[in-house]
Write a protein of this length. Structure first.
Length: 300
């Protein structure tokens, strides 16, 4: 019952920080028979030991629904909207404690994924690498994940579910799925913003040794199970005064800094992650960075 997890090569540098939690959970899957039960077992252990953990997958209403089912869908959305509104009155940051992983079959087809999690504190989980990494992120960064879920649910309540998510929900989805957290010097960050690849990976190459990197996005982690050159992260800068090597401190800082107005600006910088020094053997030669299809010099 590996569910594709046997392909994960935990010693890879991009899985740093995930190895202990991930390998433990992987071992428990054989015992429990599915991913959500293994995640719950680890979660109970973490809570019992007072420890931190150290898609945008919306279920839209099917156009094939009958008039009767559409009425049921409306009532279900209304019920969940009331639950979200009541919880929103007191929730400002995610507490991160009281969640449970459940089978995907418990998610009603007519309810948005994020709304369901917020209203029930249950996380629908499939037996695949994508949901496995999502579950690990809930365990490692519970406050940040709860905060992202709160903001998504709040937007669903105020804007509803439609084909277009809007700028804030787009930014939240990007963060949840594809963000890489980076704490680095001003000079390195400015070179990244400018897409000055020659400086970033040439003159400043040694500075990457003192930078701190955490892959947060669970879809990004999933992609890196079978790495390829063009995998690109959305980089979010971590303030220099945060102890980014302390997961709990980083989690608290993230939850406090995930603010709607700021996130709606999509404050991310693209980075082809296999260009990070030490992450991929081929990037030891400068020609690796001359591939303009991957290391683009403009937003286009």
């Amino acid at each position: 019952m590996a569910f594709g997890l046997e392909l994960i090569d935990w010693p890879r540098p991009w899985f740093a920080g995930w190895r202990g939690l991930g390998s433990l959970t992987s071992e428990l899957i054989a015992e429990h028979g599915n991913i959500c039960s293994a995640l719950n077992a680890v979660h109970r252990f973490l809570l019992a030991n007072d420890s931190s953990g150290s898609t945008g997958l919306l279920k839209d209403i099917s156009p094939a629904h009958s008039a009767k089912s559409e009425g049921e869908t409306f009532r279900a959305h209304t019920r969940f909207a009331h639950q979200i509104a009541r919880a929103s009155a007191t929730l400002t940051l995610g507490s991160g404690g009281a969640v449970e992983f459940v089978s995907q079959s418990e998610l009603p087809a007519e309810i948005a994924y994020e709304a369901f999690i917020f209203a029930t504190k249950r996380i629908p989980t499939r037996d695949n690498p994508h949901d496995f990494f999502n579950g690990l992120c809930w365990l490692r960064f519970p406050q940040a994940k709860s905060r992202l879920n709160f903001l998504q649910a709040q937007e669903i309540t105020s804007q509803g579910v439609s084909a277009s998510r809007g700028p804030l929900r787009d930014a939240l989805t990007l963060f949840d799925e594809n963000v890489l957290l980076l704490q680095a010097s001003d000079e390195l960050w400015h070179a990244l913003q400018a897409r000055d690849w020659k400086k970033l990976f040439g003159k400043l190459r040694d500075e990457w040794q003192s930078a701190h990197i955490v892959i947060f996005g669970h879809a990004l982690l999933e992609k890196l199970v079978t790495p390829y050159k063009s995998i690109t992260a959305h980089v979010f800068r971590v303030a220099s005064d945060v102890d980014a090597k302390d997961d709990q401190a980083l989690d608290v800082w993230l939850a406090a800094n995930l603010q709607p107005d700021y996130l709606a600006t999509k404050p991310y910088v693209p980075l082809p992650v296999l260009g990070i020094p030490g992450w991929w053997p081929d990037n030891e030669t400068i020609s690796f960075y001359e591939d303009k299809k991957v290391f683009r010099v403009s937003a286009g």
